[in-house]
Design a protein around this ligand. Structure first.
Ligand code: ADP
Ligand code: MG
Length: 394
């Protein structure tokens, strides 16, 4: 990962020093979990469809030492702030602070019957906070593996992901899907993961070594994001309700083909039809992109990613001028295979597949064009797909 703007980079010695300074004892272990980017499959997760994220080489690190009592203490180097709670008085409910993510994970582990010792934690996050690269799942999963290790408990990775998702629902108050926590647990170096959000089956897919995952942050987050997100979900549900009257076997848009949708188009309000068309065609694109990656056909993956952006912009209407500028500025540049918005939309980031030797030129040109057209400088992260959560020994 290269970034001129990431203020926090993992440094074992610094983490050790901070731990000693904050708690007066030595850390016992360090664990990490990565941020993520979704390559294709947007707004498909809550329709029980397919997504294709990759874990990034930007992680959140949690240094830990067990305690003999039931106190859970945490210090975030990003916030330069401490927080503590007794594990005996850790009830669900959001306080709106970063401590919710930490106590949430401990809380759900205990609710599920995993008794934990108290622990001291120091948290160092490389993943930019609130940029749509899922620093929240990274802190949750890193905390989970750190706490489980102090308790001597081994859990399946998918179970850890589900615990962290529930923590985010019940303690942080965000009704997120499973993708972020799942990829933070199951990521693999040099691989994307195609995930079936219904069954949680997944498939690892090779990303060509010559490609870099270049993420451009538009630096905007339009107010609309959360209200429009809820509207989109409601429109998808409305579509399913109507389609069920003629296709009783369907449970979600995941079960509808494009042919069926078009056949029953006249039953749907035009706007609902377009929302459904995005979801149905996007599910198809994710699966085709999976096959193309398997075959090493990067131009086809790129084509599908551009199509995904077009569908999100025109049918789902969740893009914005800034994201469209980033995509259109990337498209003509040498060595660029793909560019599209990633995440919920109305701001946030684009994901670009760029050939390694052309990355520097890409960064320069995108920054120049974006600044010229919007007056803002995008934040750019050059990443590679990396491993999911693990203990860190150096
Ligand atoms: P995203 O997941 O896209 O980065 P969210 O709003 O879902 O954005 O999560 C960001 C929040 O997660 C932060 O505001 C903070 O509460 C918590 N968080 C993430 N990383 C850290 C960290 N290193 N230290 C403390 N809190 C963190
Ligand atoms: Mg998040």
């Amino acid at each position: 990962m290269q970034s001129g703007t990431s203020a926090h980079r993992y440094d074992r010695r610094r983490l050790t020093d901070v731990f000693l300074k904050v708690y007066g004892t030595a850390l016992a272990g360090v664990f990490r979990a990565p941020g993520r980017v979704n390559l294709i499959g947007e707004h498909t997760d809550y329709n029980e469809g397919f997504v294709m994220p990759a874990a990034l080489d930007m992680s959140t690190y949690v240094a830990v030492a067990p305690r003999s009592d039931r106190l859970l203490r945490a210090y975030s180097m990003n916030f330069e702030e401490s927080f503590e709670i007794s594990l005996d008085a850790n009830n669900p409910g959001a306080s709106g602070t970063w401590g919710d993510y930490v106590r949430g994970v401990a809380g759900i582990l205990e609710i599920r019957g995993h008794r934990l010792p108290g622990a001291d934690l120091v948290i160092l996050g490389e993943v930019p906070l609130g940029a749509g690269l899922s620093s929240s799942a990274a802190i949750e999963v890193a905390t989970a593996v750190a706490l489980l290790s102090t308790a001597g408990i081994k859990l399946e990775r998918t179970e850890i992901a589900m615990i962290c998702q529930q923590a985010e629902h019940l303690y942080a108050g965000t009704r997120c899907g499973i993708m972020d926590q799942f990829i933070a647990c199951h990521g693999k170096k040099g691989r994307a993961v195609m995930l079936d959000c219904r069954s949680l089956d997944f498939r690892l897919l090779p990303l060509p070594e010559k490609l870099q995952l270049v993420i451009c942050n538009s630096m905007v987050k339009h107010e609309l994001a959360s209200s429009e997100y809820n509207t989109r979900r409601a429109q998808c549900e409305a579509g399913v309700r109507v389609l069920k009257t003629v296709l009783p076997e369907i449970a979600s848009l995941r079960d509808v083909t494009e042919m069926q949708l078009n056949h029953h188009r006249n039953l749907l309000e035009p706007v609902v039809y377009r929302r459904c068309r995005h979801v149905v065609t996007e599910n198809d694109r994710v699966q085709r992109a999976g096959n193309a990656l398997q075959d090493g056909d990067v131009p086809e993956v790129g084509h599908l990613m551009y199509e995904s952006h077009r569908s999100l912009r025109d049918d789902y209407e969740v893009s914005c001028p800034e994201l469209d500028i980033l995509v259109e500025s990337a498209r003509p540049l040498t060595g660029v295979y793909a560019s599209r918005m990633t995440g919920g939309g109305f701001g946030g980031c684009t994901i670009n597949l760029v050939e390694m030797e052309h990355v520097q030129n890409f960064q320069r040109e995108i920054a120049r064009t974006y600044q010229q057209k919007t007056g803002m400088l995008p934040q750019i992260f050059v990443c590679q797909a990396s491993e999911g959560a693990e203990a860190v020994t150096i």
